[in-house]
Design a protein around this ligand. Structure first.
Ligand SMILES: Cc1ncc(COP(=O)(O)O)c(C=O)c1O
Length: 396
C-alpha cells in the first residue's frame, strides 16, 4: 500500500522519532559504573509525570498487566478483601487477576459506559466498620468504553469514611495523557504502561508507589518473585536492577519523558482534551453515540463509538484496515461487533486526527452507514478552528 498507515488504536500508540532514535543504539553494559548517572535522574523525572514527591517509581519489564500483579502481590495477603468496580473489559480483567491470586473481591457491577461508582464506594466503605477492605481499585481510564473516572472522588470517599484501605489506580491509558495526581489524590499504587501516553513500544510496567504501600509490603503474604518491590528497592537505590534491565526501552523512556516535560504536562493534557473533543464533535455530527454515558466520563484518550443497529463494527474495522491501512480499536467482550474505538492519545496532532476522521467517514460510507460525508470532519475542523484561534490570541 502506498503512503502512510494510520494507527488509531488506544495503544500501542505512535512512537515519535526522537524516542525511536533514542532506542536504536548499541547494547550497553547493565552494570557499567556510570549507569546510575542515567537511571537515577530517570527515576526522579518519572515522579514528576506521576506528580509525586513522596512516592517511589518502579520499572518492570512487563506490560501493564504485570503492573496490576505487582500492585497486589506486594501489598496484600491471600484472602484479603478488595473493593473494585467492573464497567469494562480492563476493570473486569483486574478483578479477575485479583481473584486468581486468592483475594476476595467485593465487585460493584456497573453498566459499561459508566465510571467508578464513587457514591457506592463511599457507602460500602462506610459500612465496612471492621476495615476488612484492604485496598480499593479504580480504573482511571477504562479503555474498552472510553470512560474516565473521578479518582479524587474515590480519595474523598476514603477520607470521609476514615477508611485506611490502600488506593490502587490503573492509569495504563491515562497517565501521561490525562491529569493524574499521585500525592494530591493520595494514590498508593499507580500503574502505567509504556505503550500509551509514554509513546513507547509495549514492554514496561511503570509504577509509582506510596510510602504507605511500601510499608504494607513488609507483611504482605501473596507470592511474588519477579515483581518483588524489595529486590527492586535494594538495587534501584544505587541505580541498578535485580535482573537484566531493558536498557533500550529505558533510553526511549528518557526521550519520551523529556518530550512530555518539554511540552509541559498541563499542555499535554490540554492537547489530549482538544483532540478528544474534536473526535467527540465528529461523533455527534454523525448522529452516533459514545459508549461513555455522560459528559463527565468522556475520555480524552479513547472514544468508543456505537454503530447504528444492523451494522457490524468488526466488518467496519476490517475494511478500514484492509482497504485504507487505518487501524481502529475493536469492541471488546460484550461490546464486540457493536462499537469501534478511536484512540486519540500519545504523539498526535490535529493533522493526524482529521486524517483519521476523514478516513473513518469514508469507511462508514463504504459500509452503508447513513452519515453525510464531511459532517464529522467539518465539525472537528470548526471546533479546532474556533478553539485554536482563541488559544493563539490568549498566547499573544
Ligand atoms: C486501562 C488498561 N489497563 C490495563 C491494560 C493492560 O495492559 P497491557 O495490555 O499492557 O498488559 C490495558 C491495556 O490496554 C488498559 O487499557
Amino acid at each position: 500500500m502506498a503512503g502512510i498507515r494510520g494507527l488509531f488504536i488506544p495503544g500501542p500508540t505512535n512512537v515519535p522519532e526522537p524516542v525511536r532514535r533514542a532506542m536504536d543504539i548499541p547494547m550497553e553494559d547493565q552494570r557499567a559504573p556510570d549507569l546510575p548517572d542515567f537511571t537515577l535522574p530517570l527515576f526522579h523525572d518519572l515522579k514528576r509525570i506521576f506528580k509525586s514527591e513522596a512516592g517511589q517509581v518502579f520499572l518492570f519489564p512487563s506490560s501493564g498487566t504485570g503492573g496490576w500483579e505487582a500492585a497486589i502481590t506486594n501489598t496484600l495477603s491471600p484472602g484479603d478483601k478488595v473493593l473494585a468496580a467492573r464497567f469494562g473489559q480492563f476493570s473486569h480483567l483486574w478483578i479477575d487477576l485479583c481473584q486468581r491470586h486468592g483475594l476476595e473481591v467485593e465487585s460493584v457491577d456497573c453498566e459499561w459506559g459508566e465510571g467508578v461508582p464513587v457514591e457506592r464506594y463511599a457507602d460500602i466503605l462506610a459500612a465496612d466498620q471492621g476495615h476488612k477492605i484492604k485496598a480499593v481499585l479504580a480504573c482511571q481510564n477504562e479503555t474498552a468504553t472510553g470512560v474516565t473516572s473521578d479518582i479524587a472522588g474515590v480519595r474523598k470517599a476514603l477520607d470521609e469514611t476514615r477508611h485506611p484501605a490502600l488506593l490502587f489506580v490503573d492509569g495504563v491509558s491515562s497517565i501521561a495523557s490525562i491529569d493524574f495526581q499521585m500525592d494530591e489524590w493520595g494514590v498508593d499504587v499507580a500503574v502505567a504502561g509504556s505503550q500509551k501516553g509514554f509513546m513507547l513500544p509495549a514492554g514496561l510496567a511503570i509504577l509509582c508507589v506510596s510510602q504507605k504501600a511500601l510499608a504494607m509490603a513488609k507483611d504482605a503474604k501473596l507470592h511474588r518473585c519477579y515483581f518483588d518491590f524489595a529486590d527492586m528497592i535494594r538495587t534501584n537505590k544505587d541505580g541498578f536492577f535485580p535482573y537484566t534491565p531493558p536498557l533500550n526501552m529505558f533510553r526511549g523512556l528518557r526521550a519520551s519523558v523529556d518530550m512530555l516535560l518539554e511540552e509541559g504536562l498541563e499542555n499535554v493534557f490540554a492537547r489530549h482534551h482538544r483532540l478528544g473533543e474534536g473526535v467527540r464533535r465528529a461523533v455527534a455530527a454523525w448522529n452516533m453515540k459514545l459508549c461513555a454515558k455522560e459528559k463527565r466520563w468522556h475520555s480524552d484518550t479513547v472514544s468508543a463509538i456505537h454503530l447504528p443497529d444492523g451494522f457490524d463494527s468488526n466488518a467496519l474495522i476490517r475494511h478500514a484496515y484492509r482497504r485504507y491501512g487505518l487501524s481502529l480499536g475493536l469492541g471488546l467482550a460484550k461490546l464486540n461487533g457493536k462499537v469501534f474505538r478511536i484512540g486519540h492519545l500519545g504523539d498526535l496532532n490535529e493533522l493526524m486526527v482529521l486524517s483519521a476522521l476523514g478516513t473513518v467517514e469514508l469507511v462508514l460510507r463504504d459500509q452503508g452507514v447513513p452519515i453525510k460525508a464531511g459532517s464529522g470532519v467539518g465539525a472537528a475542523i470548526e471546533y479546532f478552528h474556533q478553539t485554536g484561534t482563541a488559544l493563539a490570541v490568549a498566547a499573544e
